[in-house]
Design a protein around this ligand. Structure first.
Ligand SMILES: O=P(O)(O)OC[C@H]1O[C@@H](O)[C@H](O)[C@@H](O)[C@@H]1O
Length: 271
């Protein structure tokens, strides 16, 4: 079976397992990818690629701290709505899952009818989201589709807020965001607009290629020691073990009635 239902913490989740051994786990709460393990060489243990805070809530009471939160329809506090939007704290439905071209995949959906009454009245637009996740070999592919199925245009922002697991954040080097290679020596929360090509991410152990389309921007975030200490759902030292590199459409963009926006994202080894 390439896709099975499991519990992650106290949350129902899908475990995707490709024939080559690549794995991913996605909770229905937030359509949140909480674990990704690329296929390992024969006999070698599969290695986790996603950071997950030891103190993260895993019961649906608040957003999960780690993995890949889906950010929609608002980025951070750039708007009047819920910080980073409601998608990460809503429960999605499974639309499809299985195996295709050697990859295990799942598609999860969210629409107006799935929202809490509070979220639905605060953002009263008829929308449909579909998140497709596929794993195969050393590659993770994600695609987020936003549809306007109503009669009014709506504004939105979207991001896949990826928490990459690293051994030491100071060893990280990121190229392709700006003219110089980016290193993280302290707290960093920076927006890079108009990402033109692939991002080269050296996590200190491996070199990865991050490719995005539809998502025009990227955000890099690490809270550093002081901000991490102030986060209730992150251990004080955990900031050393991740960097968020987030493909994003900060916009806000406008989607007309009948319109579809699609953002794609792929993580693969840089060869
Ligand atoms: O604590 P949250 O809501 O998950 O946000 C985490 C971070 O997410 C990043 O995307 C933002 O750029 C930061 O400003 C923010 O602190």
């Amino acid at each position: 079976m390439s896709v099975s239902t499991i519990e992650y913490g106290q949350l129902p989740a899908l475990l995707l397992r490709a024939p080559d051994g690549a794995e991913a786990t996605i909770t229905l709460y937030g359509a949140h990818l909480v674990s990704w393990k690329p296929a390992a060489a024969t006999g070698a243990p599969a290695q986790e690629r996603m950071f997950m805070s030891r103190l993260s809530a895993l019961d649906g009471s608040r957003a999960i701290r780690g993995g890949v939160p889906v950010i929609f329809p608002q980025f951070a506090e750039r708007g009047e709505g819920t910080r980073h939007g409601f998608a990460r704290t809503s429960t999605w439905r499974v639309l499809d899952s299985g195996e295709q071209d050697g990859a295990a995949f799942a598609v999860l959906g969210l629409n107006q009818g799935d929202l809490s009454p509070q979220a639905s009245s605060a953002w009263a637009y008829a929308f449909e989201l579909a998140l497709r996740v596929a794993v195969h070999g050393a590659e993770l592919a994600m695609a987020l589709e936003v549809r306007n199925i109503g009669t009014h245009p709506f504004p939105f922002a979207a991001a896949l807020h990826t928490y990459h697991l690293v051994e030491d954040v100071e060893a990280v080097r990121i190229a392709g965001l700006q003219a110089e290679t980016l290193a993280i020596t302290d707290k960093l929360d920076q927006v890079f607009e108009g990402i033109a090509g692939a991002i080269h991410f050296d996590n200190g152990a491996d070199k990865l290629l991050l490719q995005q389309s539809g998502f025009t921007d990227a955000v890099v975030w690490n809270p550093g020691a002081a901000d991490a200490a102030a986060l209730a759902d992150m251990d004080d030292e955990e900031y050393r073990n991740f960097v968020c590199i987030e493909p994003a459409l900060l916009g806000p963009a406008t989607l007309e009635p009948g319109g579809v926006w699609r953002g794609e994202y792929r993580i693969s080894p840089a060869v």
